[in-house]
Every structure is written in structure tokens, then in C-alpha cells.
Design a protein around this ligand. Structure first.
Ligand SMILES: Nc1ncnc2c1ncn2[C@@H]1O[C@H](COP(=O)(O)OP(=O)(O)OP(=O)(O)O)[C@@H](O)[C@H]1O
Ligand SMILES: [Mg+2]
Length: 330
């Protein structure tokens, strides 16, 4: 119970203190239901304040009205090819992603999208490495709604201005929660988890969360750690126990750390598959062939980091131009 309901990925049926946002967002995209043109939105605000949760709830609701829901976190799908393939996948269109060119993918996408009513949420959109794809989305169909989400209120400035103007985004700022709001939110989750907790314990967790940019995740993580300890000893969760636990790093950052490492690991595995040495561009080609997702720019950055961390050594090889040979460190 604890692990499920205090997990930051758990999506509650109701979101206390975000009811207004849920209905505002739903209202803006609801013309889709009747086959009309929706308003596109740009949601921004701090970490852990319900942006993703609200968007997912709206997707869940609009799906029951015959709109195809697509949720994409750009952390996992950063390039045009990755993004369009993922949209087609979520639309349940069988489409082999390997070996297809962007043009072919766009053509397939446009054709499929015209036949559907679609709401696409692009979460953490600032991580998109090929924002040109927004232009394709903006032109694809009159019955395609787009919701962009970011922590950065200026995220759209980095995008192609044609795409931004053709999306005609309505900005919607999510304000941080107050301590009292955090108490209600955490209390609700504690109830769901059937965690036996003192009122003061929740208040303390809410105050800690508030101090950490009012990030609900922080409060949840604190309650999870303290809750586990209380359950182990069969005690009610007290404020003292909560105070005893420290979340440390931001819970989201911590989770991401592992994933960054997974990306790095994939690069190392690819190099291993090439008998431990390869030219940088050959390594990238091979990485993509193995299903790698990150764009070349990020790939180069990660390789640079792996060199800095001494997992890989690099050697300049004279010849046509300067080429870099990469080797696994022994
Ligand atoms: N009003 C609320 N009621 C219940 N749970 C909430 C509420 N707001 C946020 N949460 C919970 O807090 C956690 C973090 O929320 P969410 O993932 O929506 O944050 P976010 O605003 O998208 O943050 P980030 O920008 O870091 O991605 C989730 O578990 C979510 O269910
Ligand atoms: Mg989010």
C-alpha cells in the first residue's frame, strides 16, 4: 500500500487544490471531443506541483470521450524521429521505427493523425533536441491538441517561432502550493496508503516539502521513508520519525541520476560490442542501430563525460582530417 500510493508516479483520481486547473485545461482542449479545434496550452511552474498529474488526469478523462490520449516525456524521446515514432506507437499504429527516414515518418504521422482526434502532451518539453517537430505537430491536423509542459517559463523562446505562433499557445502558470495545501495533499495520499500517521507528522512533512520549493514529491518521499520505518516497528507514524528522515537530493534528480547512468552504460556496452574500440562517429552509428535514443549532441556530451570519468580513453588519429579513436579503459 505504502509503496504504491506514496510513489510519485501514482496518479490519484482527485487532485486537491488542482481542481480548477483540471477543469480549465479540460475546457480548453474539449472542442476536440466534438471534432473542433482545441486551444493549445503551455503549462509551466516549479517541480512537483501537479503539472504532470493534471495533464494525465485530463488525458484519462478525454479518452472516455473518444479522443486518443498521447503522453510523452521528452526526457525519454528527445528527437523528431523518437517523438513521432512514440506518438504512432501510442496510437497503436504498427510502424517499424528502425531504418525509416524522418520524411517517411512525418508522412505516416500526418496521414494517421488526420483520421483521429488526438491530444498530445509533451512533458519536459525543454529537453526536446529537435524542436522542429513542433512545427509538424502544429500543422498536422485541426483535431490535434497539444499541451506543452516545462519548469522553464521561457522554454518556448528556444523553439522555432513559426511553430510557436502556429500553435498559438495559451500559457498557464501553476502556482506553488502553500503549506496548508501541502498538508491536504499529503493527508490524502496517506489516507490512500492507509498509513497510520499522527496529524502532526503530516504537518511536519508538509513543512519540509514547502521548504523544498513546495515539491510534493519531497513530502511523499519523506513519508515513504518514515512510513516504512513506522510499519516495521508497528508504530503510528509520529512527527519525530518524520523529522528523523532526510530526503537529501531532490527525489526526481535522484531517480534521473540512475537513468543518466543507463544512457552512459549503453554507450559503454556498444563500445564493448565493437571489441572495445571505435571511431567516435562509428560508435554513434552503432549506438543508434542498437536502439539508442539520444541525439548526437547529447551523445557527444556523454562520451565526453565518460572520458572525463576515465571509462574511455581517446586518441587522435592522423589521416583524413582529425579523427578520434575511442577505447574502453582497461
Ligand atoms: N494536488 C495534488 N493532489 C494529489 N497529489 C498531487 C497533487 N499535486 C501533485 N501531486 C503529486 O505529487 C507528485 C508530483 O506531481 P507531478 O508529477 O504532477 O509534478 P510536476 O509539476 O509535473 O513536477 P516536475 O516539473 O518536476 O515534473 C505526484 O505524485 C503527484 O501525484
Ligand atoms: Mg512532471
Amino acid at each position: 500500500m505504502l509503496e504504491e500510493y506514496l510513489d510519485p508516479d501514482y496518479l490519484p483520481e482527485v487532485l486537491p487544490h488542482r481542481e480548477g486547473e483540471v477543469s480549465a485545461v479540460f475546457e480548453m482542449v474539449s472542442p476536440l471531443v466534438r471534432g473542433g479545434r482545441p486551444s493549445n496550452l503551455f503549462i509551466h511552474g516549479g517541480p512537483g506541483i501537479g503539472k504532470t498529474a493534471v495533464a494525465k488526469l485530463v488525458l484519462r478523462e478525454i479518452q472516455t470521450e473518444g479522443v486518443v490520449p498521447v503522453y510523452i516525456n521528452c526526457w525519454y524521446h528527445r528527437t523528431e524521429v523518437a517523438l513521432l515514432s512514440e506518438i504512432l506507437r501510442q496510437m497503436a499504429v504498427p510502424f517499424p521505427r528502425k531504418g525509416r527516414g524522418v520524411d517517411e515518418l512525418i508522412a505516416e504521422f500526418v496521414e494517421r493523425v488526420r483520421q483521429e482526434k488526438l491530444l498530445v502532451v509533451l512533458d519536459e518539453v525543454d529537453l526536446l533536441e529537435t524542436p522542429e517537430v513542433l512545427y509538424e505537430l502544429s500543422r498536422a491536423s485541426a483535431t490535434l491538441g497539444v499541451i506543452l509542459i516545462s519548469n522553464d517559463p521561457f522554454a518556448t523562446r528556444k523553439f522555432d517561432s513559426r511553430a510557436v505562433s502556429s500553435l498559438a499557445l495559451t500559457p498557464l502558470e501553476f502556482k506553488s502550493y502553500t503549506v496548508e495545501e501541502l498538508v491536504d495533499i499529503l493527508q490524502e495520499r496517506v489516507n490512500l496508503a492507509r498509513l497510520d500517521a499522527q496529524e502532526l507528522a503530516i504537518k511536519v512533512a508538509a513543512r519540509f516539502a514547502f521548504k523544498n520549493r513546495s515539491d510534493v514529491r519531497y513530502g511523499l518521499s519523506l513519508l515513504l521513508k518514515a512510513g516504512r520505518a513506522a510499519e516495521r516497528t508497528g508504530d503510528v507514524l509520529t512527527a519525530e520519525t518524520v523529522k528523523h528522515f532526510d530526503v537529501g537530493q531532490s527525489p526526481k534528480q535522484e531517480a534521473r541520476q540512475h537513468e543518466i547512468e543507463a544512457d552512459h552504460q549503453k554507450i559503454l556496452d556498444t563500445l564493448k560490442g565493437l571489441k572495445g574500440e571505435a571511431f567516435s562517429n562509428d560508435l554513434f552509428t552503432s549506438y543508434l542501430r542498437g536502439g539508442g535514443q539520444i541525439a548526437e549532441r547529447t551523445f557527444r556530451k556523454y562520451v565526453r563525460q565518460l572520458i572525463d570519468w576515465k571509462f574511455i580513453t581517446e586518441e587522435e588519429v592522423a589521416g583524413r582530417g582529425r579523427r578520434r579513436k575511442l577505447r574502453l579503459s582497461s
